[in-house]
Design a protein around this ligand. Structure first.
Ligand code: 4NP
Length: 152
């Protein structure tokens, strides 16, 4: 799960998918990263931690890191939160196989390639709630696809 800073959107995507993987007894490795290094080593934004906690998901142990080329080797699927994140990830792709791993998370629920999880960083708590709802729905679809092996 990849966003810009790895402190707002991708940590909640990471935390929700991680929780659902455990709840469904699935053998899936989940991680998150940001395309920039600015917040590397930091815990998620307090507003995202609080929003997640209020809904029963703990993300306070996560620490931000920057996306690296080696992530293309470690992971089968890479989900970008918005189209800008997606194009930044694609700039690091070494070949077509790398490129094919990169998807927009919301395309899981909208079928629209341009659909983006809006950046809540300069917003208020309602923006964080909205991010949570979108990511909760998308990760629900992802879990069902993993269970029925309908991912490519
Ligand atoms: P994120 O949100 O990409 O969802 O983690 C942001 C975090 C930090 C900044 C922008 C967006 N920033 O400009 O530092």
């Amino acid at each position: 799960m990849v966003c810009l800073g790895n402190i707002c959107r991708s940590p909640i995507a990471d935390g929700l998918l991680r929780r659902k993987v455990v709840e469904n007894n699935l053998d899936v490795e989940v991680d998150s990263a940001g395309t920039i290094a600015l917040h590397a080593g930091s815990a998620p934004d307090k507003r995202m931690i609080t929003t997640a906690k209020n809904r029963g998901t703990s993300i306070s142990d996560l620490r931000a890191r920057q996306f690296t080329v080696s992530d293309f080797d470690t992971f089968d699927l890479i989900f970008a939160m918005d189209s800008s994140n997606k194009s930044n990830i694609l700039k690091l792709a070494r070949n077509q196989a790398d490129e094919q791993k990169v998807h927009l998370l919301l395309s899981e629920i909208t079928n629209r390639e341009e659909a983006s999880v809006p950046d809540p960083y300069y917003g208020d708590m309602s923006d964080f709630e909205h991010v949570y709802d979108l990511v909760d729905e998308a990760t629900e679809v992802l879990i069902e696809k993993i269970k029925s092996r309908k991912l490519d």
